[in-house]
Design a protein around this ligand. Sequence first.
Ligand SMILES: [Zn+2]
Length: 241
Amino acid sequence: MKPLKIGLDSRPNLARAMQESPTLAREVLATLMDLADESFSPDKGIRWADLPQHLHEKLTYRQLVTGIMRGTLDAREINPDSFDVLKAEVHPLSYFADRRSALDNSVRYARWRAHFAMPEGMPIDEVAIADIFRKLLRYARYVDIGALKQALESQQIASFRGLGERAVALLPMIPALRYQQKLFDDLHVGKFYDAVGAFDCGRLPERNDGKTCPACERPGMHHTDNYAICLDCNAGFRKEG
Ligand SMILES: [Zn+2]
């Protein structure tokens, strides 16, 4: 096949980078080309190129991917108010770096693995970063960002307590958390099966019909080889062991 030609007339930043830092410019281009190839990989379950139309009929690939890149990479837009002072520190992934104390200049070890619930010894690479964003996405589905923002703005603590009794009762995952508390104890509440993105609700009870969720009693359980997961309250149940 003929090699692709890339026009630089309408891409002044890239044109300049090709002159000033050609190695970096080539790495950026090669990364995006590899991702273009991966976008058509049939191994994804749903190909990335087809995903937008599965999410919403009017959503395009350009909108989805541009939004993801800008949303995660525009450091200034994450916190415009403090960006001038903190620079890249406003980015959640700046947790990767050791932090210097402003008081005595000592290096404080940043516990990013604990913060993001990652295994000991996990290296910083594309696997770790994909895992962190996956976790954020799973939680984002169950946290009412509007209510959380209001709670923060009215100086309430950044926890579900700040959302108020009523908002808490309306959170879709409450049945799963109640089930965890009833079957285990308070310390177990919120425990998560990272592999499937569902709350750890122990073994699937033997008397369960495989359809009704033991936690919220609604129908519609999704089955994998090893887990049953409720799509309503996000309760997860092990099938073995
Ligand atoms: Zn449920």
